[in-house]
Design a protein around this ligand. Structure first.
Ligand SMILES: O=C(O)c1ccccc1N[C@@H]1O[C@H](COP(=O)(O)O)[C@@H](O)[C@H]1O
Length: 216
């Protein structure tokens, strides 16, 4: 087992460098104007240029126009897009990069809804988030036991929502996800990453990977 780590909502070059140095697999850049982690195109492009050769840069969008998403993919060198709004399955392709469809989980019905996106268009993974007010980044967890309902769905599942260094181990043990994603749980203020917390978060997941596998 090797749980992928995405650190989302990076807004500063020094934070981007710190996120990669901590060993994160992916960095998220937020293009939702309503987010305190919003980045403009020029900032996003500069942040994206910090990407190491095998790192992923994921653009986070909420109900954005497809043509705007395509433009950001090209301008900012995005390697994947995370659709975090009310996008229907038919809006999940045509960007030239893999799509992660995010769903906010209030209960079993939302997890059931996630299945409608599996195998559709360019959807290559699902992301389950807590249901804080707004569209994401709210620091709210959900009932992790619901993730098991997607075990046979055939798509990689990322767990997000209210994760932080102190609860990510419990989340991984409970859900055995493809990956975990964190925004507010590793910040000193919205959009400002606390690099000690980022390092602790990544280190915890990496240590857990060994623990879950056990000795050869
Ligand atoms: O971070 C935001 O501000 C945000 C805004 C709109 C959509 C998604 C957003 N972030 C995503 O939200 C989840 C959970 O974040 P948190 O760790 O609970 O703060 C995560 O997937 C972010 O990518």
């Amino acid at each position: 087992m090797n749980v992928t780590v995405k650190v989302c909502g990076v807004t500063r070059i020094e934070d981007a460098r710190g996120v990669w140095a901590a060993g994160a697999d992916a960095m998220g850049l937020n293009f939702h104007p309503g987010s305190p982690r919003f980045v403009d195109v020029d900032t996003a492009a500069a942040l994206s240029r910090t990407r190491p050769p095998l790192g992923a840069v994921v653009g986070v969008f909420v109900n954005a126009k497809p043509e705007d998403i395509r433009l950001r993919v090209r301008e900012c060198g995005l390697t994947a897009v995370q659709l975090h709004g009310d996008e229907p399955p038919e809006a999940c392709s045509g960007y030239g990069v893999p799509v992660i469809k995010a769903l906010r989980v209030r209960g079993p019905e939302d997890v059931a809804r996630a299945r409608a996106y599996v195998g559709v268009g360019d959807v290559s993974g699902l992301l389950l988030d807590g249901a804080a007010p707004g569209y994401g980044g709210g620091g709210v967890t959900f009932d992790w036991s619901l993730v098991a309902r997607l075990a046979d769905c055939g798509a990689p599942v990322l767990v997000a929502g209210g994760l932080k260094p102190s609860n990510v181990a419990e989340a991984v043990k409970a859900t055995r996800p493809y990956g975990v994603d964190v925004a507010s749980g590793v910040e000193s203020a919205p959009g400002i990453k606390d690099l000690d917390a980022v390092r602790a978060f990544v280190r915890t997941v990496r240590t857990l990977n060994l623990w879950v596998e056990g000795p050869p």
